[in-house]
Write a protein that binds this ligand. Structure first.
Ligand code: CUA
Length: 330
């Protein structure tokens, strides 16, 4: 690809993929502003230093025919030495103060009384998402309400890990926060635009680190309230899929997965109560369609090499019935 095509792809990518230069949420906006300050100061240093080098190269070039006579040698200059000590010192202090201020504003922000509370647990290789006050458990898809300038509706996030270190990062909403075993970290988001924003685990955590995606769906307060209501309902039992339901409840599925209203209450894998309300499978690895769901249950390793869910060794008929049942979990 030519460099122009790469550049064009990058410009387009900032529009469709996550970019820290297109923030829509409070911590990310502060972080973008800080990044711009760092970039601007770095650009000034680059231009001044590069310009001086270029000027000296051109201006002090040996004239044609010069046989190598030495220019006058200068030893020591208090003024020049003071300048190259004091100017970098000032730049570093400015950057340090600006950074400390943003860290303070993000980390020490008091939690507003109306904040939505969410606990996110990083796991190999997916995100468990719990709304303790609302009684909702889901996976890989975080729903939050949008704020506007008159009403603030931030979401406060408690971050934990069930296994190894991960890092929580939604470039357009909030900067990276480490997700560490036996430690609780906190961050928050306050988006001002509805839409779906992609997040990604940002700390290498094993084979499928790259496929540990998170979708954040920012909704109007009405849409969010409808989503909450739907998530709190147990899915209605459909007699047409009874056979698949029995297969599910009679297999090892229930020791890792939960479906509200049944004996399945495992916590090792994602909660499946509202599986079909989610857009993807395997933390963003494939779209959540019947065909992909069937392939996933048949052998997750085919879609996500190293996934910790085993192949369930079902025959084709059982597989179809089980998928019919799973499709009713909306
Ligand atoms: Cu989790 Cu990388």
């Amino acid at each position: 690809m030519t460099s122009l095509a790469v550049l064009a792809a990058m410009v387009q990518a900032t529009d469709t993929v996550s970019s820290i230069f297109a923030p829509v949420s409070t911590p990310a906006i502060k972080e973008r502003d800080l990044s711009m300050l760092v970039l601007a100061l770095s650009a000034i240093v680059f231009v001044v230093v590069g310009g001086l080098i270029a000027y000296n190269l051109a201006h002090f070039r040996a004239p044609a025919g010069d046989q190598g006579t030495e220019p006058p040698q200068v030893y020591g200059s208090a003024q020049v030495e003071a300048a190259w000590t004091v100017i970098p010192l000032v730049i570093i202090v400015v950057l340090m103060l600006a950074t400390a201020r943003v860290i303070q504003e993000v980390q020490a922000a008091p939690q507003p009384a109306n904040a939505v509370e969410v606990t996110i647990v990083g796991r190999q290789w997916w995100w468990e998402i719990r709304y303790p006050k609302l009684g909702i458990v889901t996976a890989n898809e975080l729903h939050v309400p949008v704020s506007d300038s008159s009403v603030h509706r931030p979401t406060w996030l408690t971050l934990e890990s069930a296994d190894v270190s991960h890092s929580f990062w939604i470039p357009r909403l909030a900067g990276k926060t480490d997700v560490i075993p036996n430690r609780t970290n906190r961050t928050w988001v306050e988006p001002f635009a509805t839409g779906t924003y992609l997040g990604q685990c940002a700390e290498y955590c094993g084979t499928q680190h790259a496929h540990m995606l998170l979708r954040v769906v920012v909704e109007t307060p009405e849409q969010f309230a409808r989503w909450v209501e739907q998530q709190r309902k147990a899915p209605a039992a459909d007699p047409a899929v009874e056979q698949g339901r029995r297969t599910f409840l009679g297999n090892a599925c229930i020791s890792c997965h939960t479906v509200a209203g049944t004996v399945a209450n495992g916590r090792y894998g994602p909660d499946l109560t509202h599986l079909m309300a989610r857009a993807t499978l395997g933390a963003g690895v494939v779209p959540n369609t019947r065909e992909k769901l069937r392939a996933w249950v048949k052998n997750p390793d085919d879609l996500k090499r190293g996934a910790l869910m085993p192949a369930m060794q079902l025959d084709d008929e059982q597989l179809d019935q089980l998928v019919d049942y799973l499709l009713t979990l909306r």
